[in-house]
Design a protein around this ligand. Structure first.
Ligand SMILES: [Zn+2]
Length: 448
């Protein structure tokens, strides 16, 4: 009798003692090891910087493909033609002030100065209104300096990406706006949330209507020096040498790994990051960590022997930084595929906070319920936004539900696009939690 009672008590308790679900297993496994960090360590320390068109970008494609193969995961590459911009010499000095050295770096896509450089007077503006107000007369023949700081209050309040998109306007289009009024070169203050006299590069683009003039970013400290000297009413002249080159486009590739769905194989949950990086650092934060999360998501699901209902497609995009050609090529080739989700991770590797999503209303509430498991790593918060990532933007614009992973961004722009974006900035434990968040969401969307 007693035995039977005990047995029935045990049976009644079973639901709470039940084996963890697959999503729980994924989250637990992702956080009990440093595999994502090991993957990132090879990418950043053994391969290094991976600017589109470079030999090391090519090596990264080969290595990632080989890794997936080694893990027993179906993988293929799909060709993408990418720009091939190569940095050259970059020096600046204040000829008017004892030839003081100015630390600067060419913006990606910039044209060169003549080999011997140019020497011109600096003129500072805070925004386009001030530029316009000065007009052709004052701008002609000068080097325009955009002294536009990032809004650090926004950064501290967890809205770093908003502050970035405000400040980055002058990096993107400032040169052409200055050239329209006759400037001979354009300089920006590095788009940075902190600085140890580090330069922040990044993409710029020319408006074909105006002459192409060289464009560079000074460090925050050097921008402040120029600002102080001009503030004293002094004439400040700079000698500027930039010798980057734009070579013909070269063929590169997106790397696409896949775990077939069992019940609805035609439905695809995409999880992606970008394999290319800027050339100054080794792209550990941007976006080696995203690549590691995607690769580890695939490896983990394979290792645990899990078979999702829908197909999981891990995509390592090429050329996010200076062209978005990989995202475009993927969309052109796969817009006909039935994507049910596009997850992108390209915001660093600090501790997880949640995800941005293009879902709202009931769909957003349903997602919150479904993804409760992510609470275990502090990533169960979902926030609506129409844009959830760059490489997946074409899919999301076409109506595919988008998800953008959001780690704590308060220090992301301290290192973003600088020589200091290196592996030592990554905490293996936080990267493991990030991986758990990304892999967990991938699984929930693919299987539930
Ligand atoms: Zn990125």
């Amino acid at each position: 009798m007693k035995k039977t009672l005990l047995a029935s008590l045990l049976l009644a308790a079973l639901p709470t003692l039940a084996a963890p679900g697959d999503a729980e297993r994924i989250v637990a496994r992702a956080t009990d090891n440093t595999r994502a960090y090991d993957t990132l360590s090879y990418l950043t320390d053994n391969i290094g910087a991976r600017l589109s068109g470079s030999k090391s970008a090519d090596l990264a494609v080969k290595w990632a493909t080989q890794q997936f193969k080694q893990w027993g995961i179906d993988v293929r590459t799909e060709p993408v033609m990418v720009p091939h911009w190569v940095r050259g010499i970059e020096t600046g000095s204040l000829v008017s002030h004892n030839n003081q050295k100015i630390v600067l770096t060419a913006l990606g896509g910039s044209v060169a100065t003549p080999a011997e450089g140019i020497t011109a007077e600096l003129i500072e503006v805070n925004n386009y209104d001030e530029l316009k107000a000065l007009g052709k007369e004052k701008i002609k023949g000068k080097i325009v300096v955009y002294n536009n700081p990032m809004n650090l209050e926004l950064v501290r309040n967890g809205r770093a990406f908003e502050a970035y998109s405000e400040a980055v306007e002058y990096r993107g289009r400032g040169a052409s706006r200055a050239a329209e009024l006759g400037a001979v070169a354009s300089l920006i203050r590095s788009v940075a949330s902190a600085s140890l006299r580090t330069v922040h590069t990044g993409a710029m683009r020319y408006d074909d209507k105006f002459p192409k003039i060289p464009a560079a970013a000074m460090t925050v400290e050097d921008s402040l020096l120029v600002h102080r000297l001009l503030g004293k009413g002094e004439k400040v002249r700079m000698h500027l040498v930039l010798t980057p080159k734009t070579l013909p486009d070269v063929q590169s590739a997106n790397v696409i790994a896949e775990i077939q769905g069992t019940e609805k194989p035609e439905e695809i949950v995409l999880v992606g990051g970008h394999l290319d990086s800027w050339d100054l650092g080794t792209g550990a934060i941007d976006d080696g960590s995203g690549v590691a999360m995607v690769m580890e998501t695939m490896r983990l699901i394979k290792e645990l022997g899990l078979k999702p209902k829908r197909t999981i497609r891990g995509v390592l995009f090429m050329n996010e930084e200076n062209g978005l050609r990989g995202g475009r090529a993927y969309f052109a080739a796969h817009k006909g595929d039935k994507h049910v989700a596009a997850i992108e991770t390209d915001a660093g590797a600090a501790a997880p906070t949640g995800f941005l999503t293009s879902l709202k209303g009931d769909a957003l509430s349903a997602l919150e319920t479904k993804a409760k498991v992510l609470d275990r790593v502090g990533a169960a918060k979902f926030q609506f936004t129409p844009e959830t990532g760059a490489d997946t933007s074409f899919l999301v614009e076409a109506g595919v539900p988008g998800y953008g992973f959001v780690p704590d961004a308060r220090h992301y722009f301290d290192y973003h696009h600088t020589p200091a974006d290196t592996l030592d900035k990554i905490d293996p434990k936080e990267l493991a939690q990030d991986t758990a968040a990304v892999a967990g969401l991938t699984w929930v969307l693919a299987d539930e």
